[in-house]
Design a protein around this ligand. Structure first.
Ligand code: P1T
Length: 379
């Protein structure tokens, strides 16, 4: 089955009791048993919920995986993956990644004795040189948030397989419409479903997808034991969002390209970070592992004074100044003080995330209005 059909049908059956075409919201905390242990596979809603089950099956199908697991946020899904590890284990990850992921790694898990190495993984030699006997996980984002760096997923997984190291790919920026890391050898795919999967900026949720039954069991154990599960209403919202992912993504890509090229031509704009430019260092790999380039991008003004960026950030009328991304509406964000504020300034600057960087999540509005808005804001 092709993605557009899976998005609408995968995991979905008419409700057995009424024939309802839409998956019901099973708003219940528990299930009545005929006798202890004699039940219909549902005991307590932290462990199982039918609305969640349908969504988990849909998430697995659209990522070409066998098993899906949903969590109360993207960060909660990341948390479950790191909890697969033990004290003394090491993780190699990219030096450009979502600030909340960095915060979880450095401020929560480091104190439990897990070591994180942050490196430029666009160059696989850097990965090679960090791998040692304690390396248990490689965690990558590609494209990265917010600098749009591209990491060669197949290259990473080939290296990891030789050493029995797990690879988890945060596929939030690309979405399954553009990229399927499991097909490229990843063990786990993670999504902040808050973003493109939900698509309407009305829900916080995360999910994990794997093909490996043992990993699925271990992650399910963590899901029910740690309890960061999404409610059925939130699962319904993501299920509803999924049905239009392909048509939304088509427009995100179309508008994204037009905005990126507009910024590139603008006399006041300096560097534009978008992986669809032919001279982007990761362009060839992006073309190989992605089916388009998406609606995320960042840019700097030629005037490097952060005040100039601040003026743009507070002058847009259609682009709303807000954290998050991937919704139908366009957003503008200042990573240094917003989404990536938890990364120490020195660390940020070293990795190329400047105080004047502006990030855009290009929505699916009319392109003329978007370009006009940016033109009036940039001046
Ligand atoms: O917000 P949450 O659903 O918990 O997802 C966290 C997360 C994980 N991975 C990536 C690549 C992300 O971008 C995010 C959340 N990011 C933002 C809120 C943001 O504006 O970048």
């Amino acid at each position: 089955m092709k993605l557009a059909t899976k998005l609408i049908h995968a995991g979905i059956e008419p409700d057995p009791s009424t024939g309802a075409i839409m998956t019901p919201i099973y708003q219940t905390s528990t299930y009545v048993q005929a006798a202890p242990g004699k039940n219909k596979g549902y005991e307590y809603a932290r462990s199982q919920n039918p609305t969640r089950k349908v969504l988990e099956e849909a998430c697995a199908a659209i990522e070409n995986g066998k098993y899906g697991l949903c969590f109360s946020s993207g960060v909660a899904a990341t948390d479950a993956v790191i909890k697969l590890l033990q004290q003394g284990d090491e993780v190699i990850t990219c030096n450009d990644l979502y600030g909340g992921t960095y915060r979880l790694f450095t401020r929560v898990f480091e104190k439990f004795g897990i070591k994180f190495h942050y490196a430029n993984l666009q160059n696989l030699l850097n990965l090679q040189s960090l791998i040692n006997d304690r390396t248990k996980l490689i965690w990558i984002e590609t494209p990265t948030n917010p600098l749009m760096n591209i990491i060669d997923i197949a290259g990473v997984t080939a290296m990891a397989k030789r050493k029995n190291i797990l690879v988890c790919v945060d596929n939030t920026f690309a979405s399954p419409y553009l990229q399927n890391p499991i097909d490229l050898g990843a063990d786990i795919v993670m999504h902040s479903a808050t973003k493109y999967l939900g698509g309407h900026s009305d829900v916080i949720q995360g999910c994990l997808i794997t093909n490996d039954a043992d990993l699925r069991e271990r992650l399910y154990f963590l899901q029910k034991s740690c309890g960061a599960v999404p409610g059925p209403q939130d699962c319904f919202l993501v299920l509803r969002g999924l049905k239009t992912l392909h048509v939304r993504m088509e427009r995100h890509c179309e508008n994204g390209e037009k905005v990126a090229r507009f910024l590139c031509r603008h006399k006041k704009v300096g560097k534009v970070y978008w992986c669809g430019f032919e001279d982007h260092p990761g362009y060839e790999i992006a073309r190989k592992q992605m089916r388009g380039f998406g609606g995320m991008m960042s840019f700097e003004l030629k005037d490097e004074n952060p005040e100039a960026a601040m003026r743009v950030l507070s002058s847009t009328k259609i682009f709303s100044l807000a954290e998050s991304l991937g919704g139908v509406e366009s957003l503008i964000n200042h990573p240094a003080t917003m989404t990536h504020a938890s990364i120490p300034r020195e660390e940020r600057l070293k990795n190329g995330l400047s105080d004047s960087l502006i990030r855009l999540s290009v929505g699916i509005e009319d392109i003329d209005d978007l370009l006009e808005d940016l033109q009036q804001a940039i001046g």
